[in-house]
Design a protein. Sequence first.
Lengths: 172, 172
Amino acid sequence: MSYIGIVRVLGIDCGGEFTGYGVVEQTEASLVCITYGAVALSRAQPLAERLACLFGELRAIVARHQPDAVAIEDVFYAVNAKSALKLGQVRGVAMLVAALEGCPVAEYSPLSIKSAVVGYGRAEKQQVQQMVARLLALATLPAPFDAADALAIAICHLHTHATLERHGSSRS
Amino acid sequence: MSYIGIVRVLGIDCGGEFTGYGVVEQTEASLVCITYGAVALSRAQPLAERLACLFGELRAIVARHQPDAVAIEDVFYAVNAKSALKLGQVRGVAMLVAALEGCPVAEYSPLSIKSAVVGYGRAEKQQVQQMVARLLALATLPAPFDAADALAIAICHLHTHATLERHGSSRS
C-alpha cells in the first residue's frame, strides 16, 4: 500500500458510550483538520438501535468527507471479556461502514498511536489532546477525548504512510 | 411485548468463523422450519470485508423471510477478551441488520436456549441438534452445528413468548 492517493483519513476511536471521529488531510506542507466530533450512544435505547444510529452517523461522515482510508485503534487485549464484547460490537459497525464505502481499514495499537503523535507510547490523554491541537494548528483543544483520540489515529496513519513513502522514494 | 404478531423468528448464532441462521415459524399447531444455514467468514479476506459480506447475507435473509423478530445468543462471559472482541464484531453487525430492518432483538443465554430446546441447560451440541430436528420434524439433522444452534435460539424465543402469552391469557 503506497502513500500516493492517501491524503484524507478518517480516524475512529470506538467506545461503548462515545465513538470519536476525526478527518485529517495531508497537504503538501501540513496536516489539516477537516472535522472531528463524537457520536454518543444513548443508554436509553436498545443496543441494536444504538448501533443503527452509529451506523447512520458514520456513513454520513464518510459520505460527506470522502476519506481515502479509515484508521481504527487496534484491539486492547487487557480489557475484560465483557468490555471487549461491547467494544467489538461498535468496532464491527465501524469496520462495516468502511468496507461498504470501499475505504481500506488500517489498525494501530494504542502504543503506535501515542508514539506517532506524542513520541511516547505511554502518553496521557491530555498530552495526546495537546499534541493533536499543535500538529493540526487548532486554536482550541479538540474535545471530548474520544474525538482527540480519533484525530490522533488519523495522524498516526498519515505519518506511517509518509514514512513508508519516504522509504520507497529513497530506494528508487 | 406480546406474543401476538410474533410468528416468525430469525435466530442468529454469531461466531468468528461461521454465523448460523435459522428461521422458524409458529403456526397454530406446530413449529415450522422455513430455512437454515451458515455464513462462512473467509479468513482470506480482511476483517472489514468479511463483516460486509455477513451484513449483505443477513440483510438478504431478513428481506427474503421477513421475520417478526430476531433472537441472538446472549454474551458468554467466560470467553477471553480476544474471542469476545471478535464475537462482538460479528454480533454488532447482526444486531445492526435487525435494527435496520425494524425487527426487535431478543437475547437469550446459552442456558436458557438449551433448557428451552432440550430441557437441560448443559446439553451437548449433538443433543441440541437432535431436539431441533425433532421439534421441527426435519428428516435430517440440521448442519452445521451453527445452523442447528440458530434454529434452537429461534425456538427458544417462540417458546418464551408462547409462555408469556399463556400467562397473559390466564390472567384475562
